[in-house]
Design a binder for this molecule. Structure first.
Ligand code: MF3
Ligand code: CO
Ligand code: CO
Length: 260
């Protein structure tokens, strides 16, 4: 069941999504060699709570963090831990906030110090593919058009698309219908309508597309151990177009010329 949001509900979505975007701006200040992922998680949780939000991942199906932590080969759903970031790592931080009954969901993959140019190129392409997906998100087109835009952009550059994990509808619940895959044919899937709110989130691998889930039941990593990148925006369909409700502007302010 796809819930179309009213303009009042979309206004509440905007507020939740600004808060989650500001949260990753706070996290950005701390990403550096020597910092534990647990520290990043604490920064995010305290910032959300200080601003009247609820860290929606914490306790969701038993998930133990405010942030999903995605270091190097981890694709999604890694736990915060005492792992200490090292120069050359990449780290995705995926965060969901509930505010006034609505959810905001965003993810950004950071470079820790200097990283391999091949990994930097993976991150750059993944982020660009997110915007390609958003451009394809137009009233009257279909979810498959978003999926195909992401897939063709990434595969043309030699990367592979994770298939087991998808974007999703979002609203009063973190995960609503429809699923938004990052691969597939144009013209298939649900028709995109005004009032839809979607989390679009390409998960793109440097090596093969295959993934495995760890014994903890959550941590999803590449099978070949090569790096994976992940960026996510929440959008709302307003006047036929996708309005991006999250923003990386707070991250950009912190990173300056380290923002890619
Ligand atoms: N933020 C993730 C997504 O993009 C979901 C987090 S799962 C949770 O859909 F268990 F951590 F909440
Ligand atoms: Co997310
Ligand atoms: Co999401």
């Amino acid at each position: 069941m796809i819930y179309l949001k009213t303009s009042e509900e979309i206004e509440l979505m905007r507020q939740a999504n600004i808060l989650v975007s500001r949260t990753l701006g706070e996290v950005a200040k701390w990403v550096a060699p020597g910092v534990t992922t647990h520290k990043l998680d604490t920064i995010a949780r305290e910032f959300i709570q200080d601003n009247g939000g609820r860290p929606a991942c914490l306790g969701y199906g038993g998930f133990p963090g405010t942030l999903c932590i995605e270091v190097n080969e981890v694709v999604v759903h890694g736990f915060p831990s005492n792992y200490t970031l090292r120069e050359g790592d990449i780290i995705g931080t995926d965060c969901v906030v509930e505010l006034n009954g609505f959810h905001g969901d965003t993810c950004y993959t950071f470079a820790v110090g200097e990283i391999d140019p091949k990994v930097m190129a993976l991150c750059k392409t993944t982020k660009e593919s997110l915007y390609k997906g958003i451009e394809a998100c137009v009233e009257g087109k279909r979810i498959g058009d978003i999926a195909n835009a992401v897939q063709t952009y990434c595969e043309a550059r030699g990367y592979s698309v994770v298939r087991e994990m998808c974007g999703h509808g979002i609203g009063k619940k973190m995960h609503e219908d429809p699923q938004v895959p990052n691969y597939g044919r144009r013209g298939i899937g649900p028709v995109i309508k005004n009032g839809m709110c979607l989390a679009i989130e390409p998960m793109i691998n440097l090596g093969s597309r295959n993934v495995k889930i760890a014994a903890d039941g959550w941590t999803c990593s590449t099978k070949d151990g090569k790096p994976s990148a992940h960026y996510e925006h929440t959008v709302a369909m307003v006047d036929g177009k996708a309005e991006i409700l999250t923003t990386f502007d707070y991250i950009q302010e912190v990173l300056g010329d380290r923002f890619i």
